[in-house]
Design a protein around this ligand. Structure first.
Ligand code: ADP
Ligand code: ZN
Ligand code: ZN
Length: 723
């Protein structure tokens, strides 16, 4: 008899706005724990689901359908994992089902019970033979420096304590942070626990992974990131979930790895923006890691040379333990920072006339590069803009190579003679003549890395020059090949975007030059200085890692604002002073970490539609906001307002209290759902879509359909990183 069967709450992947309750109730033959993988009928399909604990008020409406199958081979994901997902959903204002299913490996959702059971059997078989053939012995541990030993001791003490808390490990590049991570992970492994190590981008940190792999040879280490094949990702995830993996190394999605024996969480480069997911559920893996550590009673280590101001402030307040590695290993000196005052260079040398191609570098920097080449040392020239030139211009009528679909210029790429929009992906051959007046003389204005490389080749015809940016590394293996050449000493000058500033341990680079750091100095985003400082510190960290040449290593900055406090603090390598001045500014402006923000985004075909939607949402918010002390700002267009023919607007919501902001959002968002549904748009076009329209779909998005014409997408971003 049907109503004698137990009922079970099951999460499926459905966004909250779809008009469904966040979970569905099914009949089961026997009671089921929470956190089990099941397959259930859903509409006319059968989909993957997760059993979940019953929430109050979850009444079973009418006739119930039965769970199709339970995947018994997979143990329950456990109460800690379920709590993490519940928290993430509630904090980032998504449905639990959406988050829970989205963070599972796609293959797990696709495969049926028998196929999953088969994968698990194979994994057990493989791991029972692991380590028996002990191919290479693990790397020996170096003797720790005094500072490293102190940090490791503090970490060991924290790990042994009842409430391990969160530790900030603050140390410049080359100060030995990774060695401390290795010790922390080693302590967890020795205690029979698992270690979770998060890195910003897997392919930019091959050396870190290499070091973990060599140090823990014979242990089972798995990687978890989006670059894996579906089968690999499932294997890694299962190894973590079954407790077979000792160490999980991964990108932000790995924060959701189920780890039954978790012993420590390490977040390398904790300030890095890639920890924040920018689409769908916009979670911060760093913040979730801290939450997870607290919930599970395990230590979280946040490492950085330039901590985020949020983290730094918590350390200042004593909420995080702070450990410092103030010196570089082996006495390597920090590079001397030299500022080239562009305003004092003779005008001709900096090419203010649009007709003549501007010289790449100030004469002082050219001389310094010559010296390095003569001494057989390497240099890194860094410019955060790819392509040949950001725009083409007609000298006759002033035509500029704008994108017809975006409020942005199309970038000139000389290699394949295209004009490419970096926002919507539109790529076309460079026109032979000005499309407006027919003048054949259209010229590049400004400079990207491709042009910089060309100019350096002209300046240093004998030098071996290589370039690393998103264009030069598109081909699989290209990045590894170029990095290999740099490490092998086959490159004299490496040109690149911020890709070269991160992670790599270049031993022979003794000069770093930043061509145009000013570009982000006066951005409207209040976090721009923080990001610039971190980037420049990181770039500086590429120089002088070898103690032998370290004494003479330099970082040159070409700037129009040599007295800017940011450059002054950088010159003294003084992160603490920079952080203090930034925090003071943030406090007087009422910005994070002294306030809490959320951004409501609306994307529509017209500015008016986007604004009208945000205005209506603001009207709904006002009664909620007033009582909660929440500020609602007027809607404004994004910096690049139109992408792929979609107008993008945003509205800032701010509160001094995180709890009040959260409570207000919880009350407000269902009203926005209703507002949106009332517009009559297709519901599946609604949440999470904003911003992805242009980036994800590239040229597809550029092609407009009549259905898209009416569509309005909205999304909420809690603790947004870019504003
Ligand atoms: P970070 O992670 O702060 O950039 P690393 O841990 O990578 O610093 O250390 C920088 C370099 O110094 C690496 O090549 C590393 O192998 C070496 N190193 C780190 N700690 C020690 C130590 N205690 N003794 C000798 N070499 C060390
Ligand atoms: Zn023209
Ligand atoms: Zn475009």
């Amino acid at each position: 008899m049907a109503d004698a069967d137990p009922t079970v709450r099951v999460l499926v992947d459905a966004p909250r706005h779809a008009g469904l309750t966040p979970s569905l109730t099914y009949r089961s033959q026997c009671p089921l724990d929470a956190g089990l993988l099941v397959r259930v009928p859903f509409g006319r399909r059968e989909v993957a689901g997760l059993t979940w604990s019953t929430a109050a008020g979850d009444e079973a409406p009418g006739e119930l359908r039965a769970i199709a199958e339970v995947c018994e081979a997979l143990p329950s994901l456990g109460p800690d994992w379920c709590a993490l997902v519940d928290f993430a959903a509630s904090y980032y204002q998504r449905s639990v089902g959406e988050i829970a299913l989205a963070v599972l490996p796609p293959e797990l959702r696709r495969l049926g019970r028998d196929a999953v059971a088969d994968r698990i059997r194979r994994l057990h078989r493989a791991s029972s033979t692991l380590g028996k053939d002990a191919a290479t012995p693990p790397d020996a541990e170096p003797a720790l420096t005094r500072d490293q030993a102190d940090a490791t001791a503090a970490i060991a003490a924290a790990m042994a304590s009842e409430v391990p808390g969160t530790t900030l490990l603050h140390g410049v590049t080359g100060s030995g942070k990774t060695e401390v991570y290795l010790r922390a992970a080693g302590l967890a492994l020795a205690a029979g626990r698992q270690a979770l190590v998060l890195v910003p981008e897997i392919n930019l940190t091959p050396q870190l992974i290499d070091r973990f792999t060599r140090r823990f040879a014979g242990r089972r280490i798995v990687a978890l990131h989006s670059g894996l094949t579906p089968a690999q990702r499932l294997r890694s995830w299962l190894a973590a979930q079954l407790g077979l993996a000792d160490l999980v190394l991964g990108t932000r999605l790995a924060v959701f790895a189920p780890l039954p024996r978790l012993g420590v969480v390490i977040v390398d480069e904790e300030h890095d923006a890639s920890y924040k997911q920018q689409e769908g559920a916009r979670y911060s893996a760093r913040d979730l890691a801290v939450w997870r550590g607290r919930r599970e009673g395990v230590l979280v280590v946040l490492g950085s040379a330039t901590p985020s101001l949020e983290t730094w402030q918590r350390a200042e307040l004593g909420r995080y333990r702070r450990l410092a590695l103030p010196e570089r290993i082996g006495g390597a000196a920090w590079p001397a920072i030299r500022l080239v005052d562009m305003g004092r260079l003779p005008k001709a040398t900096i090419g203010l006339r649009a007709s003549a191609p501007p010289p790449a570098l100030a004469p002082q920097i050219v001389a310094a590069l010559h010296e390095r080449i003569a001494r057989g040392e390497q240099s890194l020239v860094f410019l955060n803009r790819r392509g040949y030139a950001p725009v083409l211009q007609c000298g006759e009528c002033g035509w500029l190579s704008g994108c017809p679909h975006c409020s942005a210029w199309r970038v000139f790429h000389k290699q394949d003679r295209t004009l490419r929009c970096h926002h919507c992906g539109l790529a076309e051959a460079v026109p032979r003549a000005c499309p407006d007046c027919g003048n054949p003389d259209i010229a590049p204005v400004g400079r990207g890395t491709e042009r910089l490389e060309e100019q350096l080749t002209a300046l240093f015809p004998q030098a071996r020059i290589a370039r690393i940016d998103a264009d030069s590394t598109r081909r699989k293996g290209a990045l590894e090949a170029t990095l290999g050449a740099v490490h092998a000493g086959e490159v004299d000058i490496l040109v690149g975007t911020q890709m070269v500033a991160k992670g790599h341990d270049f031993r022979r680079i003794s000069l770093v030059a930043a061509v145009n750091p000013d570009a982000s100095l006066f951005s409207s985003d209040f976090r721009a200085p923080e990001r610039l400082f971190a980037l420049l510190m990181q770039a500086a960290g590429r120089a002088g890692r070898d103690a032998a040449s370290g004494s003479a290593s330099e970082m040159w900055l070409q700037t129009w604002h040599p007295t800017h406090p940011l450059y002054q603090a950088l010159g003294r390598h003084d992160y603490a002073a920079f952080a203090a001045s930034q925090l003071k500014e943030r406090e007087s402006a009422g910005l994070p970490p002294f306030s809490h923000l959320a951004v409501l985004r609306a994307d529509a075909r017209t500015v008016e539609a986007a604004r009208a939607f945000l205005d209506a949402a603001a009207a709904l918010a006002r009664p909620l906001a007033e009582s909660a002390g929440v500020m609602i700002y007027a809607p404004v267009p994004l910096d690049i307002a139109r992408v792929a023919d979609v107008e993008r607007m945003q509205m800032l919501v701010e509160s001094a209290s995180r709890q009040q902001l959260q409570a207000m959002l919880r009350a407000w968002l269902p009203q926005i759902d209703a507002l949106h549904l009332a517009r009559g748009d297709a519901p599946d076009a609604a949440r999470g879509g904003a911003a992805e329209a242009g980036r994800g779909n590239r040229t597809e998005a550029a092609r407009s359909s009549s259905a898209q014409r009416r569509v309005l997408r909205w999304a909420i971003d809690v603790d947004p990183l870019t504003i």
